[in-house]
Write a protein that binds this ligand. Structure first.
Ligand code: RIB
Ligand code: NA
Length: 311
């Protein structure tokens, strides 16, 4: 069976509180709503690609517990193959405590748990799917070694790779850059990795040039409501291309970057000759839908909810 998109990454149960603002250290404040949702950057990206119409598989690890069982059912409900979803008794399903303020901003603490037990043996088991996928996507909520191994395997098998270095770590192994066809991060991750302060679109272009210099084939830096910048090693001397977005009413930006990456993976699999800028323009629109409703996966649109011009 050949998949369009295989994601090697994380699953987290999102425990979300909506409050007027983020609390300070030592402070208790009243929130107005609490809910539990399906999250984790890897799974979020996979679910968005699946809802766009991609044939997807998830390579991940959950606990042998209530949250893990629920998560596997969530993948099935969204048509994601669970053939490579492992369950362990040695750790609990990953959890994320999230606070969303009235401006739609968030603060997140993740306890990765079972995600950190995803390793080389799991990748070997998934190799038949990994080696034949159109696109492989990974992040940094599982062990970095596992993500790097997945990128290496994909690269060797001529599978296009999207690497999302989130959450960012300062001492990223240089091989991550060389194994990334598309290196996609947000402004704060770009800043942490390159040391270039990213306040403007021009700054993002400079940080992007530095990431290209480290060996990525192309770079996308997402800039929230300002869209993103796209750079390609094929035209290294050309300036970065800014792809703006249409303004929307923002309720919750949590997981918007994941919606963008999931949509991008779908476009890379289904429209391999489309320019990366056009893919980014369309993925911006998909992510723009997600920020208008509360939650991560709960807010991700399906093909039927999106304008036909996006397909
Ligand atoms: O990117 C958003 C995600 O980050 C949330 O779903 C949460 O689980 C954390 O992993
Ligand atoms: Na949302």
């Amino acid at each position: 069976e050949a998949f369009d998109v295989v994601v090697v990454g994380s699953c987290m149960t999102d425990l979300v509180s909506q409050a007027p603002r983020l609390p300070k250290a030592g402070e208790t404040i009243h929130g107005h709503k609490f809910f539990i949702g399906f999250g984790g950057k890897g799974a979020n990206q996979c679910i968005q690609a699946a809802r766009m119409g991609a044939k997807t598989a998830m390579v991940c690890k959950v606990g042998k517990d209530f949250f893990g069982e629920n998560y596997i059912q969530n993948f099935k409900d969204n048509g994601v193959s669970t053939e490579f979803v492992g369950q362990t008794v040695d750790s609990a399903t990953g959890a994320a405590s999230i606070i969303v303020n009235d401006a739609g901003e968030n603060a997140i603490v993740i306890v990765a748990g079972a995600n950190l037990l995803l390793g080389g043996e799991d990748l070997r088991r998934a190799l038949p799917a990994l080696s034949r996928a159109k696109v492989m996507v990974c992040q940094l909520e599982v062990s970095p070694d596992t993500s790097l191994q997945a990128l290496r395997l994909s690269h060797e098998n001529n599978v296009k790779t999207i690497f999302n270095p989130a959450p960012a770590i300062p001492d990223l192994d240089p091989e991550f850059y060389r194994a990334s066809d598309v290196f996609c991060c947000n402004e704060s991750e770009a800043e942490l990795l390159t040391g270039v302060a990213v306040a403007s679109i021009e700054d993002a272009g400079r940080a992007g040039q530095e990431l290209l210099r480290r060996g990525c084939s192309s770079v996308i830096i997402t800039l929230g409501s300002r869209g993103c910048v796209v750079l390609s090693a094929q035209e290294p001397s050309s300036p970065s291309h800014h792809v703006p977005t249409k303004p929307v009413t923002t309720v919750d930006t949590t997981g918007a970057g994941d919606s963008f990456i999931g949509a991008l993976a779908f476009y890379m699999a289904h429209f391999p000759t489309m320019s990366l800028e056009e893919m980014a323009r369309r993925a911006n629109q998909v992510a723009g839908v997600s920020v208008q409703t509360i939650g991560t996966q709960a807010s991700y649109p399906s093909k039927k909810d999106l304008p036909t011009g996006l397909f």
